[in-house]
Each structure stands twice: as C-alpha cells, then as structure tokens.
Design a protein around this ligand. Structure first.
Ligand code: SF4
Length: 760
C-alpha cells in the first residue's frame, strides 16, 4: 500500500543471478519506474508528480546532473529519475513516534535500504548526550544547541560544513557565506569524492574545471568515447543523446572493465522501435580495459597520432597550446608497447582499430565519470585525455570537447557558488567587497582531511547540508569512529540514513523541504536554481505540499542559523535573503562571474548557459594563457599474484548511497547486494565456484588489512584480474589514505583485494 514502509529489513541478501543483459531501458524501465512510484506515492500523486519532473515550469530531477533538452517530452525523466522523485515525494513519514519506537542502537543495525524506505523526516530531532533515542526539538532550541557548540570552539576551523550535491545554488551560496563569516573554509563536498580529479586536471590544462560541451555538441559529434562511465544506470537520459548522435552518423567507443547493457543497446521508450523493436545498438568498439589502464590507452593513442602523418591539427597546436614539444618528445619517442598492453589488458589490434576511428573523426568528444576519477593517477589520466583532444583541435568547436559527466544534480552549481575548501582568491575578494567582512584565506579540509581531523580530534562539530556522509566516504570503520568523536553532528536531510545513527556526543536531524515541494516564504512562493553538468543554469519550482508543516527550506535554515550563531555582528541581511530568494540571486550576480542579471536571465524557462572561455572562443585562462599539454609518466595499478583489483560501483537500483531496491537488473542480479563480480577464469584460478561465498580483504601498502565479509561470488565477464562490488558495502575496504594524487579523491576504483573463504 502506498505510504506503508517495510517493517522487516528485507536485506537478507540471497541474491539470484541470471547473467548480464545486452540492452537497457525499454518497457521494463517504464514498468519499474511506475511500480516504485506507485508503492511510494500512490497512483494519483505519481501522475501529478512525474509529469512535472524536468519540465520548464516544473522541478529539476533530484537525481543526476544530465541536462534537459530544449524540447521536453511529456515524460522527461528516466527510470532512476522516477525512483529519485518517488523517494522524495513518498507518502511515508518518519515521525517522532518512529524515533520513540526505534533506538539509535536499533537503527544502527538496520540496512541503508531499510532506513531510506521509512520515508520523509517530519520534525527536528535531537539526540542528547548519553541518550539512545532521538526526541523532538524546536527549531529555536536546535539553533541554540548548534550556536552553543560553534561558539565554544577554540577555532572556527574545529567545525566542518559538508555539502551534498543536491543543495540548490541559493542555499549553497548562503552556506559558504555563513561558514566564511563564521571564519572557516572547511567546506568539503561530495565533489571531493567524485569529479575533483576532473576539476584539478581541467583547471590546469584548459583553465576551467568544467566540461566544454553542450547537449547539441553531443548530437553533432562524429566520434564519442565513453570512458569509465555507465550512463545506462547513472545518467540514463544520456542514452537518448547517444542514440541521436548515432542517428546523425556518430561512432561510439566504450572503454570500461565491464560490459554495460546501456552502452550495448538502448531501447528508447519514447520510440516505437525502443518499446516494441530491437532498439539502437550504441557501441561500435568496446575496449574492455583493465581498471586504471585508461592513461596508458590514451598515451598509446597519442603516440600513434604523433607518428601518423597528417593526424594533428597543427594550426590549433601552434596557435592555442603550450608544451607540445615536451609532450611529443615523451609520447612519441618513449612508448613501451609491452607495458601498454599489460596496463590496458587490450590487444594492439584493438588499439589500432580505435586509432582508425579517431583518424576518421572530425569532431570527437570524450565523456567520463568515476571510472577515470577514482584512481591514484586519475589527474594525469584526465590530463592525457586532454592531450588526446588537443592533438586534433577537439576543444572549442562544435561537436568536440571534454565531457566529465557529473553525478549529483547540482554538484557543479555548488562548486560555482563557492562550496570549495580551496577557494580562488578572486572569489574571496569579491565576497569581501560585496559583504564587508574578511573571509578566511587559509585552505580548509576536503572530505578525506575532514575525516582525519575528526579522527584526530582537531574537528569537533560536523554539519552536513544533505547527503549521507558516513556511507559515501571510504574506510567505513575509521570514518564512523571519527564521527563518533565529534561533540555535535548535524544533518539537514529529507530522509533517514546511516549518518543519522552514527553520531557525535550530541546530534541533530533538521528536516528540510525537497525539490518537489512548494517553498513559500514571507514574500510568497520561491524557486531555486541549479547548474547541470554542461553549465546550463535553470529554475526549479516545487509543486507539492511540504511533507510536514515543520520543515524549513535549506536557505531558511542557513539564514536562521547564521543569525543565531553570528548575532547582530553579522551585517549580512540574512532575514532579507530568507524573505525572498531573488535577493540572494542579486548578490550572486555581483559576486560570481557569469551570473550578471541573474534574476532576469533565469526567468527564461530554458535557463541560460554559463560562459566557458575554451568552448566559447578558444581562450584558455591557464597559467600559460594557452591549453597545456602535459607529459606525466604512465602509471597503472597492479595486483600481486593471487590478488584482484576491485572497483566499487553502483547497482541499477541505487543512486550514490541511496538504495532504491535490491536488484541490479542489467547485470542479472536480483534481491541482493553482497555480491562480487569476478571473471570465471580468475575465479577458477582462485578455486571459487559461482555461488561460493567469500570475504573480501583489502591489503594496503602499510601492511594494514580491511575485511568485508560474506560476498557471493558471481562469475561475470569482467576484465581479467578485475573484480567489482557495490558501495557502500565495500567502502570499508578503501583505506582513507588511498587517494588520487593532487585531487585527494578516494581511489575506490582500484583496491587490491584477496578473496578468502568466508568467515560468516
Ligand atoms: S538522467 Fe539524471 S537528471 Fe535525467 S531524469 Fe534521469 S536521473 Fe534525473
């Protein structure tokens, strides 16, 4: 019945396995989307709500950051978008009575799936020191408790202000403003764990840490390389764009350790062929690469381009780039093919075939996600991708460019609004000029450093704007112990999750409005804005009545908290901002480049594109004023004999740490999450039959080990030597210090593991 949460925790984990699928979406996506929506919202609310997702006068999908086409379908959402909306617009409620009947100790034993299925939080809840049950608290008292803790700190840097990528531009701008007026740059965000490596590499090489292509560019490209990304599950509407590009004559190369159904064949439910026919084959060349072998692959392609007559765009290189000679000297003269084939696990013939497709292409785009960003050498890998595109002038012209595909719906917007522990001096100067206070200049903690600071007692208050920090982060036991050392943990949330039950000495849960809900302030109904993965900014207007009369919007929470903590010393008009969000946008327009006339421009239902110098006019605001070639040594992870390289990943019934269900339809797994995908030959060599149970034990360079017990072995066509399992269950295996160079992103895509007979 809609609105009824499962009582027993269904995660008994008895997975049924039927083998990978070779096509994605189609009718099953519709039936699944409607089934989940009806279970959470009922029939009428489902119809009302889903027909407003991603519509010009509607609300932005709280799922991923894929852009909206100018022409919107009546149903402009994917299966996972529907699940994300249903989870937020659910009729299920977590009321104070729920917390009376469930102690924190009891909730801590529950699965993330079960916690998330309980529904929307309705009331501010407080866990007093020594208590085992949350109890209701007034907003005033909640702000008092936070103010007490924050003002008692020896330094503002003992506080950490975390942001999840669902936070709107307006809330994010206010949040960073509050944290900085309070006195700290401790503003870690989920981007630290996902595309930080992309930001670092792109800022250095092209001068801006964002993708340079629009949706139209994808449709115009004649070669699209999709590397380390699984759009079928994580950005499903991207498949429509790939299908359109194919219809326009494009070729697609997929680079991935796993064959993913969404990149094999797309059954577009918006078309008869997709609903009843065979759909559209997408991938023309599948390069089943070893985990972390991407830098070696792009270096090999660059070597071949440098040694093929007429392959380079010499005018572009001469006019717009820097460092070509140094790079060419390395890539042209120093390639070791044996090492390349070992690192990639590919054959020379496969790489030559890819070269043929590259040479035949006039407009190439490379799309990527976590498969490239979560390795120790991710930053040099993404730099090598940029080298690859610069060699043929594939930046700053239609149908060509870099396309890091962002995860959370506004993760790029939050960064643009100043949610960054290493803010640019120019941004801080603009804040100081606009608001008349001196923001801190010392860099703050990113996610990994924040965990270390909590672990080591240097940080005492943890405040999260959305998200599920303890489940999203690596080294689970270390992170949970660190969180428990805090004096206060605060979560602004819509739904229950594990971070609410792994608490500091005291804890608060502050329930907030969802993106689907009306946000009415004193001046009337408000809208917020978001920025998608391609730099388009548009409005999002909630339409549903709030899940409870006790909810506050994210901007209202920040404004009231800021006034309570900073008092009358703060000359920032927090009340004016809470009264009317247009006032926030007027300030953003004066502080953040590209947002001039923000309120006027966002009135356009399609929104507006932010400037992107490399894309717009081949201007590269780098240290050299040019696009930079870089010549890093090729690196790749390796596993000793009898060990495998493990990547953590999502199932199809999952969005980041939110578990919608226990199936992974495209990989043929049903009703279970503790599975490890292993190549049959590797499994046989390890003496592991399909269906056997094993413990995963990660081995770290300092000799330490981490164990995740009780995984069902699934013989699966992965790349040789590479295994895969879901997070958050396997985050426990990723050492806190196992991070990418430069970006400090947890290297969750290449963890050395051994598989032992299970101990459970
Ligand atoms: S592709 Fe992403 S943004 Fe679009 S509906 Fe699906 S989850 Fe939402």
């Amino acid at each position: 019945m809609a609105g009824k949460a499962p009582e027993s925790d269904p995660v008994q984990d008895a997975p049924e396995v039927s083998g990978p699928k070779h096509s994605a979406v189609g009718l099953p996506a519709i039936t699944n989307a409607l089934r989940v929506s009806r279970q959470q919202m009922g029939v009428k609310r489902t119809a009302l709500t889903l027909l407003r997702v991603n519509q010009k006068e509607g609300f932005d999908c709280p799922g991923c950051a894929w852009p909206d086409p100018d022409h919107r379908h009546a149903a402009e959402f994917c299966e996972n978008g529907a699940k994300a909306v249903a989870e937020e617009a659910t009729l299920r409620r977590v009321t104070p009575d729920f917390f009376t009947s469930h102690s924190v100790a009891d909730l801590a034993k529950r699965s993330g799936y079960w916690l998330g299925q309980q529904g929307r939080l309705t009331t501010p809840m407080y866990l007093a020191e020594g208590a085992d049950h949350y109890s209701p608290v007034s907003w005033e008292r909640a702000f008092d408790i936070i103010a007490e803790e924050l003002t008692d700190l020896a330094s503002p840097d003992e506080a950490v202000f975390y942001t999840s990528g669902r936070t709107s531009n307006e809330a994010a701008f206010l949040y960073q403003l509050f944290a900085r007026e309070f006195g700290t740059n401790n503003l870690p965000d989920c981007s630290n764990m996902c595309h930080e490596s992309s930001g670092s590499a792109l800022t250095e090489t092209i001068g801006i840490g964002k993708g340079s292509v629009s949706l139209e560019d994808l449709h115009k490209a004649d070669l699209i390389i999709v590397a380390g990304q699984n759009p079928g599950t994580n950005h499903p509407r991207q498949l429509s764009a790939l299908e359109k590009a194919k219809a326009n004559g494009a070729k697609i190369i997929t680079v991935n350790p796993l064959p993913e159904a969404g990149l094999e064949r797309f059954k577009n439910p918006q078309t008869p062929r997709g609903l009843a026919g065979g759909g559209t084959a997408l991938t023309d060349l599948f390069l089943q690469i070893r985990l972390g072998g991407d830098q070696a692959l792009f270096r090999a392609l660059n070597h071949l381009l440098l040694t093929t007559d007429g392959a380079l765009d010499e005018d572009f290189i001469r006019e717009h780039t820097y460092g070509f000679e140094e790079f060419a000297a390395v890539a042209r003269d120093k390639l070791d093919w044996d090492e390349t084939l070992r690192a990639t696990g590919l054959t020379r013939a496969e790489i030559d075939r890819a070269l043929g497709m590259v040479l035949a292409s006039k407009r190439t785009i490379v799309c990527w996600a976590m498969g490239l960003t979560q390795h120790k050498h991710s930053v040099p890998t993404i730099r090598e991708v940029v080298n690859f595109l610069l060699l043929r002038g594939n930046v700053g012209r239609p149908g060509a460019g870099v396309c890091p595909v962002r995860g959370h719906s506004n993760v790029q917007g939050d960064r643009t609004m100043g949610i960054f522990e290493r803010p640019a001096p120019a941004f801080l100067d603009a804040l100081e000029k606009e608001f008349g206070f001196a923001p801190p200049r010392e860099h703050g903690y990113d996610v990994v450093r924040a965990i270390r600071a909590l672990r080591d007692g240097q940080a005492k208050v943890f405040f999260a704007m959305g998200g599920n920090f303890v489940s999203a982060t690596p080294d689970t036991e270390v992170t949970e112990a660190a969180m428990r050392r805090a004096s206060l943990t605060v979560h602004v949330s819509t739904k229950l999750n594990r971070s609410h039950v792994i608490t500091g000495a005291r804890a608060l849960i502050l329930p907030t409005l969802g993106r689907t809900e009306k946000d009415v302030q004193d001046s009337g109904e408000q809208f917020v804005t978001v920025e998608d993965s391609m730099g388009m900014v548009h409005a999002s207007r909630g339409r549903l009545a709030p899940a409870s009369p006790h909810l506050l919007s994210e901007p209202a929470i920040v404004c009231r908290l800021a006034r309570r903590v900073l008092g009358e010393t703060s000359r920032i008009p927090w009340e004016e901002f809470a009264h009317d969000y247009a006032a926030i946008r007027d300030r953003i327009a004066r502080v953040v480049p590209g947002f001039e006339d923000f309120n006027a421009r966002v009135a356009n239902p399609a929104g507006f594109a932010l400037p992107h110098a490399p894309r717009d006019d081949r201007r590269f605001p780098t240290a050299t004023g040019k696009a930079n070639f870089t010549a890093a040594p090729v690196e790749y992870p390796d596993a000793p004999e009898g060990r495998l390289l493990l990547q953590t990943l999502r199932s199809h019934d999952q969005y980041n740490t939110t578990i919608y269900g226990l199936d992974d339809r495209y990989r043929g797994i049903k009703n279970g999450r503790r599975v490890v995908l292993v190549h049959p030959e590797d499994a046989r060599a390890l003496g592991l039959a399909d269906g056997a149970y094993t413990d995963l034990v990660s081995e770290w360079i300092d000799g330490s080990e981490r164990r995740a017990p009780g995984f069902r072995v699934v013989h699966y066509p992965t790349a040789r030597g590479c295994a895969a399992a879901y997070y958050p269950e396997t985050n426990v295996l990723v050492p806190l210090d196992h991070t990418a160079d430069t970006s400090n992103t947890p290297a969750s895509k290449s963890v050395v593991v051994r598989l032992e007979p299970t101990t459970v």
